[in-house]
Design a protein around this ligand. Sequence first.
Ligand code: SF4
Length: 235
Amino acid sequence: MKPASIAELYRRLAALDPEPRSELAYSTPFELLCAVVLSAQATDVGVNKATARLYPVANTPQQILALGEAGLREYIRTIGLYQTKAKHLIRLAQLLLERHGGEVPRERAALEALPGVGRKTASVVLNVAFGEPAIAVDTHIFRVANRTGLAPGKTPDQVSARLEKITPAQYRLHAHHWLILHGRYVCKARRPECWRCPIADLCRYRPKTPAAGPAPAAGTLRGRPPARTRAARAQ
Ligand code: SF4
């Protein structure tokens, strides 16, 4: 995609949602880190339900350790892979206390050295908790980047590196959220909703999905909750 089209794509997504927020509920970097670890192969809604019960009881490394692995499992057992994730969170809490005084580190290498934390999780924490312009690539962003031609790549790491290279500086901080929300609510996996897509003329995907029913009113994004609602949920 040409630089002018890339800039226009981001300009439109930014105009629709100038201050995008994570859909994971958190109030501290540690809560965010745990939520992102729990969100692997799980929905944000499912993670938020579990952490709404867990965090009032334990939301620091010390409290997670005091809960113990068996105790922690009881709070997160509705989430896929909860047994492995409970192990990771206990070890992660131990390492944060041993190596970082109980704080979440701001360095990628230190984050990726923690159990259950790969490049994607580290990028989300750096971006959302610390305002770093890292672009984590999940399944939604991987799909959007390839379908549109914005940043094609065979692996999430390739797409992430390409996105970080081609995204104009002023859009890098929020690029992760704009692309993830676009993939989740408009450019859906099975049936992208091209007929109401704000970037359809810039996207190289063919053939475009036609509208099944009456066209939505101009300027609306049917099926996508308004930005204010999502932000409120994330607080
Ligand atoms: S036009 Fe269709 S395929 Fe392209 S970004 Fe929009 S919804 Fe996705």
